[in-house]
Design a protein around this ligand. Sequence first.
Ligand code: AMP
Length: 118
Amino acid sequence: MPEETIFSKIIRREIPSDIVYQDDLVTAFRDVSPQAPTHVLIVPNHLIPTMADVAADDEPALGRMMSVAARIADEEGIVDDGYRLIVNCGRNAGQEVFHLHMHLLGGRALGPMLRPQV
Ligand code: AMP
């Protein structure tokens, strides 16, 4: 069994978090260290550590993550100006929390997708 992260506690509402949406498949909450005026994390309620662990059974939750992202972007008023969705997978992507999550970022110009290599 993969090890739970702090996100499981947020999903079960065992620790405080600014939850903006929750249903039977996914939970969305504001990132504790926002990188943009809107920075929401959308996560499956069941633990999938990374994209590398995704299985066919996960498709309903993964699809719901996309539709919930679109809905929250609309509620946040960031659709017209645009926004970015990011899923980090593993070390090279800098994934810190090993409970699959999608970042929804918007509310300012986000610049190039990747920082230039140093
Ligand atoms: P990643 O680098 O893709 O794994 O992103 C993990 C994200 O989780 C970071 O943006 C953190 O700021 C965010 N994060 C970590 N702990 C919490 C928490 N307790 N509540 C909300 N966001 C968190």
